[in-house]
Ligand binder design. Structure first.
Ligand SMILES: Cc1cc2nc3c(=O)[nH]c(=O)nc-3n(C[C@H](O)[C@H](O)[C@H](O)COP(=O)(O)OP(=O)(O)OC[C@H]3O[C@@H](n4cnc5c(N)ncnc54)[C@H](O)[C@@H]3O)c2cc1C
Length: 395
């Protein structure tokens, strides 16, 4: 049986980083992953350029049953700490928008950096290795893997969430958590496009590719001022991905189609100054023309309807709809395209300082498998780095 200090199951973002940091403390570390290649989600992230952190990281940008849980780890390992590591490896980055930092080199360079850190510190990585039975023993854990059994003092579970099963996502972390008495907060696909049926599906499909700046809002959670993108199946784009994390089946979502503009003033003054202008022409001054035409139809008017023909009551109703266009999605595209998993290992039985189980000393859960879900824009990697660093201090 192989003897190590720390066995990490899952060689993704959190697992590789935790392995490197624990090994730097002088711990004998072995990271195993069942895939052929490590950290495939880093590879496909950020359109191949890995949005590796966000400068606006703060606990309020993470969803969890316990909104305080992420505070300690995020405060102790910041976006700048990861930037320092990138700089040490001569990697460069740029801010795209809203504090989102992307690697100038390809995502593969970030993976290589993590692998180099692990190797330099003497950590071992075994790919195409899966774990089956985990047994608690007096001085740690015995784990049966497809390459033999391993005894470890500390066992770190870093197998991520359920999104994108075709690149190796499994429910392993939740199964281990349940085995050792932890609760799981219901998991659901998050940062995921939303789907519609019937007339809306047909309409949105015909608008496929059109993008409109909006403020999107689910029934709970903050509003997000970003673009909505029409797709063949429904709606996507950053604003919709963001609110998908807060949305529950059956709920309505609302779009302010003119964020920052008072639609009542806008409609009234347009009617007063250009009564012969059609509603479609007015809408085309602020929306892409395909969406402008669709909106006129959706609101029950003709393409030829002139502003002068609108009654005050019609203008009031129009303004209300422009302010809060309400839609009820049929669902989401699910695990196939979700960027992350909301929910996961309940935080009440984990130490927020170290990610260690309060029920089973020596057992740790880090990264996406924990019930901490970041907004779109680099927050999920920052959670992976910060939770990994927290565990690596003591594992
Ligand atoms: C398309 C896409 C784009 C994304 N872009 C971004 C982005 O730009 N910025 C951002 O912050 N976040 C992004 N994310 C989210 C981010 O990738 C994850 O939040 C992050 O990778 C989670 O890190 P993790 O280490 O917890 O899990 P993962 O990175 O998923 O790693 C888990 C590892 O465990 C292995 N594993 C799973 N089950 C087992 C098992 N049973 N036995 C052994 N090994 C197992 C997997 O093979 C994998 O290597 C994106 C996600 C997707 C899907």
């Amino acid at each position: 049986m192989q003897q190590v200090d720390v066995l990490i199951i899952g060689g993704g973002a959190a697992g590789l980083f935790c392995g490197a940091r624990a090994a730097q403390r002088g711990r004998r570390v072995h990271v195993i992953d069942h895939s052929k290649k490590p950290a495939e989600k880093i590879r496909i992230s950020g359109g191949g350029r890995c949005n590796f952190t966000n400068l606006e990281t703060e606990p309020a940008r993470f969803l969890s049953e316990n909104p305080h849980f992420a505070k300690s780890a995020l405060a102790r390992y910041t976006p700048w700490d990861f930037c320092d590591l990138m700089a040490k490896h001569e990697l460069t980055w740029h801010e795209k928008t809203l504090g989102q930092l992307f690697c100038d080199q390809k995502s593969g360079a970030v993976i290589q950096m993590l692998l180099d850190e692990l190797e330099a510190a003497g950590g071992q990585l075994s790919l195409e290795t899966s774990a089956s039975d985990i047994e608690r023993v007096d001085d740690g854990f015995e784990v049966r893997t497809s390459n033999g059994s391993v005894h470890c003092q500390s066992l770190v579970i870093a197998t991520g969430g359920l999104s994108i099963p075709k690149i190796g996502a499994t429910s392993f972390a939740y199964d281990v958590a349940r085995q050792f008495g932890h609760d799981i907060i219901d998991t659901r696909p998050a940062l995921v496009p939303m789907t519609f049926t019937d007339a809306y599906r047909d309409a949105f499909s015909s608008l496929s590719g059109v993008s409109v700046p909006v403020e999107a809002q689910a029934q709970s959670g903050p509003g997000f001022v970003e673009n909505v993108l029409f797709t063949h199946r429904g709606l996507s784009g950053p604003s919709v991905l963001q609110i998908s994390s807060y949305w529950h089946t059956g709920e309505v979502i609302a779009f302010d189609l003119l964020p920052g503009i008072d639609p009542l003033d806008w409609l009234r003054s347009a009617k007063a100054s250009a009564p012969k202008q059609t509603l479609a022409q007015l809408f085309a001054t602020v929306f892409p023309s395909r969406f402008a035409d669709y909106l006129v139809w959706e609101l029950g008017f003709e393409r030829t309807t002139r502003l002068g023909a609108l009654s005050n009551q019609q203008i009031d109703t129009l303004a209300q709809t422009l302010n809060a266009w309400e839609l009820r999605p049929a669902g989401t595209e699910g695990w196939r395209t979700a960027e992350v998993t909301a929910g996961g290992v309940a935080t009440d039985a984990l130490s927020s300082r170290t990610m260690e189980s309060k029920l089973q000393p020596g057992l740790f859960f880090i990264g996406e498998c924990v019930d901490v879900t970041g907004w779109l824009g680099g927050y999920n990697f920052q959670w992976a780095w910060a939770s990994a660093a927290a565990a690596a201090e003591v594992a």
